[in-house]
Design a protein around this ligand. Structure first.
Ligand code: ATP
Ligand code: MG
Length: 575
């Protein structure tokens, strides 16, 4: 491709609304432009990257035995009503009416559509198993679309759904997909981690996410420094540390009420009493199903994991109760709450068990208790794992490891669904004995357009993008210093043709621009190999080859350059 004929609208400045580097660079380097919040145009360079990723995804899905199909983006409400998700999905599901006043939505994911397709096509166990996938635009009316392609409203996803006669076969396919995903993300040049995950709105009972490790990631991820345990922070288990054996002879000092005027947060009271945050018990009041209030206790330096709390309470609704509701139920505002004498059902984190010499609110304004001894002073209704894991926690799987925390970008997720959708929608088959049974299902997603952003978050420098070779929009950038110069032009055109003939993806910067502009743009758009053709080099019969990744340059004779480039690309696993 010739640059002069390609739309690559590079900018000098970062867009004002961009927070993360991939968003800044994608806009500045002429890859994308926003047309509405979370909705983007993909310029030719971006589309080439997307197509590269799609190709790898197709090759690996096909190799794994899956088949590609295409389902409609727009689907009727009835299917979503059958599964119950028309009610459950909330505002993320974008809905509209057709001219006959019938309800429709744009697919945020396709479990309902594919389950309907399968129930209309499959009769017998002989037709199972199979795995169907598509690559398609999805729409989710996200509350906070942001970070460019990382969290859009319209985005490209690969979604796959597998159908099986029994649990064992479905588990086999789940593992097959985990292996396939590892191959896909490795081939795309990403550094990633498969982690145990919550199943969220999709449902089901087992799930892994594939997290690209990057500081800008929206997800917290923990991993063990000794075994291969890794989990999304919201899913990460916390192993209870055994409380130190209690010395019965050593009695705790007497419980004492102290005045803490206007000091509410743990940080405020800790500073006031000159005690560290881990010497506090935090009391939080939540509203659950049926507007019931419950209190949850965690150590002052820990955070509640609301997913865990929700699971323990078996409550669909869960939100911090507002101040007036707390005051009405407990007689005191949040900040001075504590478990001693509290008239609410109380669930305590495992870490609270056996705490002594600690501080809690005294359930009256401007007062706290000190020298609280849990076993002596209060008994919660239950102890449970309620908190978010932190760096240094013991690994829940092995004896010697401790947990490390990272930030991650979720680029893919696999779910073991079981019969959640097949039962709700009547997708059944007849087994060998002629009995009707619900089909076992799994589903498997990859955020193709999010991967474009994730790759940049991991591969860039101060000057621009550094594409992994396998997903770069072009493999080679030819940069004639002055394309008007006859000799330079002849050499550039010749090399361009030669590379094209050998199937190399090459972009020729034939623009009439100053060399400085061309070099800057070259770094910005991030093509892995740059070939500079200038008068000085040509006098010696040479061109300059520069690798974007490490800036290494070498001079090579013009005649050998096509071959040399191909060798390098083969080495990088690509021709
Ligand atoms: P998230 O937790 O980030 O909102 P999700 O778990 O809801 O994502 P899935 O239903 O698992 O998403 O969808 C499969 C994949 O689609 C995700 O792993 C992610 O890579 C991608 N994806 C999901 N939402 C978006 C979005 N708003 N923009 C871009 N990609 C997305
Ligand atoms: Mg997900």
């Amino acid at each position: 491709m010739r640059w002069s004929k390609t739309l690559i609208p590079t900018l000098k400045e970062n867009p004002a609304d961009a927070e993360v580097i991939s968003h800044k660079l994608l806009v500045r380097a002429g890859y994308i432009r926003q047309i509405s919040r979370g909705v983007y145009d993909y310029f030719p360079l971006a589309l080439r990257v997307i197509r590269k990723i799609e190709r790898i995804v197709r090759e690996e899905m096909d190799r794994a035995g899956a088949q590609e199909l295409l389902m409609p983006i727009c689907s009727p409400a009835e299917l979503w009503q059958e599964s119950g998700r028309w009610e459950m999905y909330g505002k993320e599901l974008i809905r509209f009416k057709d001219r006959h006043e019938r309800d429709f939505c744009l697919g945020p994911t396709h479990e309902e559509i594919v389950t309907d397709l399968v129930r209309r096509s499959v009769r017998s166990y002989r037709e199972l198993p199979f795995n169907l996938y598509q690559i398609q635009t999805k729409f989710r009316d996200e509350v906070r679309p942001r970070f460019g392609l990382m969290r859009g409203r319209e985005f490209v996803m690969k979604d796959a759904y597998s159908f099986h006669a029994d649990v064992e076969d479905c588990r086999r396919e789940y593992d097959n997909m985990v292996q396939t995903y590892k191959r896909i993300f490795s081939r795309c040049g990403l550094t990633f981690r498969p982690v145990e995950a919550d199943t969220g709105a999709i449902g089901g009972n087992q799930s892994h996410e594939f997290q690209v490790l990057a500081e800008s990631g929206e997800d917290g991820v923990v991993s063990c420094n000794s075994c291969d345990y890794a989990a999304n922070l919201e899913k990460a288990e916390v192993k209870a540390r055994r409380p130190a054996a209690r010395d019965i002879a050593a009695e705790s000092p007497k419980l004492e009420k102290v005045s803490t005027p206007g000091k509410k947060s743990v940080a405020e009271v800790a500073a006031f009493l000159k005690l560290p945050a881990d010497k506090f018990i935090k009391t939080l009041v939540y509203k659950t199903d049926g507007d019931q209030l419950i209190a949850a206790l965690v150590r002052g330096d820990h955070e509640i994991n609301e997913l865990k709390l929700r699971a323990v309470l078996k409550s669909k609704e869960l939100a911090l109760a507002d101040e007036s509701a707390v005051a009405a139920a407990a007689g005191v505002v949040p900040g001075f709450l504590g478990p001693i004498g509290l008239r609410l059902r109380t669930i305590a984190d495992l870490g609270i068990h056996g705490m002594r010499g600690v501080v809690t609110g005294a359930n009256e304004p401007d007062a706290h208790f000190i020298e609280v001894d849990q076993e002596r002073d209060f008994t919660p209704s239950a102890f449970a794992d309620l908190r978010l894991a932190v760096t240094g926690d013991p690994c829940p799987r092995c004896e010697q490891g401790t947990l490390e925390t990272h930030r991650g970008i979720e680029v893919g997720q696999v779910f073991y669904l079981g019969t959640k959708y097949s039962e709700a929608m009547g997708a059944t088959y007849l087994d060998a004995e002629g009995r009707e049974r619900a089909i076992e299902m799994g589903c498997y997603g990859i955020g193709i357009s999010r991967m474009v952003a994730a790759a940049i978050e991991q591969n860039h420098d101060a000057n621009g993008i550094i594409w992994p070779v396998s997903i770069a929009p072009f493999q080679v950038l030819l940069l004639p210093i002055n394309y008007k110069d006859k000799a330079i032009r002849a050499a550039a055109d010749k090399l361009y043709e030669e590379l094209l003939q050998n199937g190399v993806e090459v972009l020729l910067d034939d623009r009439d621009e100053r060399p400085g502009v061309k070099f800057k743009d070259a770094d910005l758009i991030g093509i892995p190999l740059r070939v500079t053709i200038g008068a000085k080099g040509l006098e010696k019969g040479c061109i300059e080859l520069r690798r974007r990744q490490d800036g290494k340059t070498e001079e090579i004779p013009v005649g050998e350059s096509a071959k040399k480039l191909q060798t390098l690309l083969t080495q990088a696993g690509q021709t």
